[in-house]
Design a protein around this ligand. Structure first.
Ligand SMILES: [Ca+2]
Ligand SMILES: [Ca+2]
Ligand SMILES: [Ca+2]
Length: 406
């Protein structure tokens, strides 16, 4: 055990005479099923042109066109998530075939995910769009070396830290994200995407499925390995380098403006029908400040670092939910101290189908099917060889795009 009890904590331990029985529920941060227009109802905020988003009962169509000015639809998370907190992002959507266009030998994306409402600007390729965690799908066949195919992957744009714009991008460039043999994502097919961020492993994993089961997006895998690092053909993994940080506070459908490299015009045009969007924290264990599924010294350190501060959250040591970090929170931590216990991976911790609106229920069924198939080859994340906190497996997760827009 590496943490040390501070003097303040020792005092608190003496002062605390009441055991707090508080529990911390797993509340979703955003659940959007488009039962009503999210813009008209005020649930979501538009940046740019509202006409790019067309609401209908049970769905919303986003009109991606990279020649148009950036527009965004934003749902507040109610808190800021950073690299130290585990979370999941889920989306059910269909890429329409009508009007679909992907320019050959150019490079732009269909995107969804979490961004920072203060630091994420609208100039995606001009370098003012910091802090993004989500999914990028590049349907074009870009002439990037070793990547002349459509590409899909989880992506993180880290907070501005003085590095170049492309230096802030973490994306599993290369074979793991390139849909070389799998081909582009199917059109007119409802797709289920789940992005799971595991703060303890610093891994962002994208799992794709349809109503028929897991979708093959990774059969070639990184360096030619079947299924990539986890042996699962329905997932694409991204390991974050230790120096990457981010802070995000909105669920977003960002329709980026991306100038064509070889001249004017659109690189990607796509009408995408969204049926549901959801952002969840994993089922939280009381005392688990960093959301890694364990109540241990790392959580104690977070608690101690915020001792006696107010306007705090679970992530900063307020386990009782009263906003203040104090002795009662210490007691919650101590009562649940269990460094050996970790939750299962996020996918198996999804809420029960009965608590989820209809579109997600279908999705859960698909995810359930997805979980069953790769069991034979799936490695248990916490026991993956070479993947430890102290000696992380070395792999390339980001790199220059040769001047290409991203
Ligand atoms: Ca995989
Ligand atoms: Ca923890
Ligand atoms: Ca408290």
């Amino acid at each position: 055990m590496k943490y040390h009890r501070t003097a303040a904590a020792r005092v608190v331990a003496l002062l605390v005479v009441m055991s707090c029985a508080a529990t911390v529920g797993a509340a979703p941060l955003v659940v959007e099923t488009f039962d009503v227009d999210p813009i008209a109802s005020g649930r979501a905020q538009v940046v740019g042109s509202a006409s790019r988003f067309t609401s209908q009962p049970g769905g919303l169509t986003a009109h991606y066109d990279t020649a148009l000015a950036t527009s965004e639809l934003l749902w507040p998370l109610g808190r800021t998530l950073d690299q130290n907190t585990s979370f999941t992002i889920e989306a059910a959507f269909t890429i329409r075939s009508a009007n679909f266009f992907a320019k050959v030998n150019d490079f732009a994306q269909i995107s969804l995910g979490l961004l920072n409402s203060k630091t994420t600007g609208t100039s995606r390729t001009g370098g003012n769009a910091y802090d993004f965690v989500g999914l990028d799908y590049f349907p074009s066949s870009a002439t990037v070396p070793s990547w002349n195919v459509p590409a899909l992957g989880p992506v993180v744009i880290q907070s501005h830290n003085g590095t170049s714009y492309f230096g802030r991008i973490a994306f599993p460039f290369g074979a793991e994200s390139g849909l070389k043999h799998e081909g582009p994502l199917p059109l007119e097919t409802q797709l289920f995407a789940q992005l799971s961020y595991d703060a303890s492993l610093r891994t962002l994993t994208l799992a794709m499925s349809t109503a028929n089961g897991p979708l093959d997006v990774n059969s070639t895998g990184d360096l030619g390995d079947f299924g990539g690092y986890d042996g699962d053909i329905s997932t694409i993994e991204l390991d974050l380098p230790l120096d990457v940080s981010f802070a995000v506070d909105r669920l977003a459908l960002p329709l980026w403006n991306v100038p064509a490299v070889g001249g004017s015009g659109s690189v990607v045009i796509a009408d995408v029908l969204f049926d549901s969007l959801r952002v969840d924290l994993p089922a939280l264990i009381p005392g688990d400040a960093n959301g890694d599924g364990r109540v241990d010294g790392a959580d104690y350190t977070i608690w101690a670092d915020h001792f006696l501060l107010t306007n705090q959250s679970i992530a900063t040591g307020d386990f009782t939910g009263d906003g203040r970090v104090d002795g009662a929170d210490y007691t919650v931590w101590a009562d649940h101290y269990n460094p050996g216990k970790a939750l299962a991976t996020a996918a198996s911790e999804l809420p029960s189908a009965s608590s989820v609106p209809e579109p997600s229920a279908l999705w859960l069924a698909a995810l359930g099917a997805g979980l069953a198939l790769p069991l034979a080859t799936r490695r248990i994340p916490h026991s993956r060889p070479g993947k430890t906190r102290g000696g992380r497996r070395q792999r390339s997760t980001r790199g220059p795009l040769g001047g290409r827009s991203a």
